[in-house]
Design a binder for this molecule. Structure first.
Ligand code: SF4
Ligand code: MG
Length: 332
């Protein structure tokens, strides 16, 4: 497994008025392997988009390191930055908002090429644009049309074509299907899969629920209130989620086959995500956790490998804490 991206102890805090601090991303670490899809999942406001944006440099990190192909991305020289930004691209949730309404599709896709001085020859550039349109399931007749002439799914295809314009290696897809009709979601997911195979892309795929991510991700990190609380292979997470939050997220996904009776118990989480300005002490999930114990209020759960390649931050799987708790129970 070749590591392409290393995120270490990444923190992104936002300073707000009256000295308040929003801890959007609070000490997050993970690796992404070359050619895989890494899913980052959590409810809105958990810090997953901020993580993506800090990785790609749209935000400066408050603390911690992001290393891409062995280089710290936050200390690149201007020249290195240029090449870095051609290798890493982003796809957004709302393609309409990220496409200039006054530009034709051709101009939209040409823009990054021109910014990077990719094609001296206009004809060559146009051929490349046609090729990209075909790659994303559109055609050359679309080149001279404007974004508003397209459906949501087609617009996302245009956004993808533009993201591919510089031949990237790594794509951060920030909820690329959340704004689309369910029927269109699978088409876009299949397109991303196809492009990944054809072009050897690596994906960081950000999503707010697990329903689609499980089909495309090799590994998944579950995020809650600025922290990654569980990280493992996609199949592991589905077979045996360890963290109570992951269990709740999974129980919210309906079983697709209507003939199979869904006998699983729905885990409904009480309450809202607490504010990242004032996170709970100890385990950040404890105010909503059905399994919370005494230690959860006082002690931050340790990030550890509870099973092979299965990492979690929860006292339930920490033998030292369990032992203490049992001893306390025994002496009562
Ligand atoms: Fe729940 Fe405690 Fe585990 Fe946090 S550490 S998820 S509160 S059991
Ligand atoms: Mg978001």
């Amino acid at each position: 497994k070749d590591t392409i991206l290393e995120v270490r102890n990444l923190k992104k805090y936002f300073s707000l008025e009256k000295g308040k601090v929003l801890k959007a991303v609070d000490d997050v670490s993970f690796d992404i392997y070359k050619g895989e899809t890494f899913g980052l999942v959590g409810e809105s406001g958990c810090g997953k988009s901020t993580t993506g944006r800090t990785i790609i440099g749209l935000y400066d990190a408050t603390e911690g390191e992001v290393t891409y192909n062995g280089k710290n991305v936050h200390t690149l020289t201007d020249k290195e930055k240029r090449s870095f930004y051609s290798k890493m691209q982003m796809i957004f949730q709302d393609p309409y908002a990220s496409l200039n309404p006054r530009s034709t599709v051709r101009e939209i896709i040409a823009e990054p090429m021109e910014a990077h001085g990719l094609y001296k020859d206009k004809k060559e550039q146009l051929q490349r644009i046609y090729q990209l349109l075909e790659d994303v399931g559109l055609n050359r007749d679309h080149a001279n049309r404007y974004p508003h002439e397209f459906s949501g799914g087609q617009r996302q295809r245009i956004g993808i074509a533009r993201a591919l314009a510089l031949n990237p290696e790594f794509i951060i897809a920030d909820e690329p299907i959340s704004a689309l009709d369910v029927s269109v979601q699978a088409q876009i997911v299949n397109l991303l899969k196809k492009l990944q195979e054809e072009k050897g892309l690596t994906f960081l795929f950000i999503a707010h629920d697990l329903s689609m991510v499980k089909h495309i991700s090799n590994r998944i990190g579950v995020m809650y209130l600025g922290h990654i609380v569980e990280l493992t292979e996609s199949s592991n997470l589905y077979k045996k989620p360890l963290h109570p939050y992951s269990q709740a997220l999974l129980s919210a996904i309906p079983i697709p086959d209507p003939d199979v009776e869904d006998e699983r118990e729905r885990m409904i989480l009480k309450g809202e995500i607490p504010s990242a300005m004032n996170p709970p002490s100890g385990c950040v999930f404890r105010t909503r956790c059905p399994a919370a114990m005494e230690a959860c209020a006082t002690t931050v759960p340790k990030w550890h490998e509870a099973e092979k390649d299965h990492f979690v931050a929860c006292h339930l799987y920490d033998k030292t804490i369990r032992k203490d708790t049992d001893e306390v129970a025994a002496t009562r």
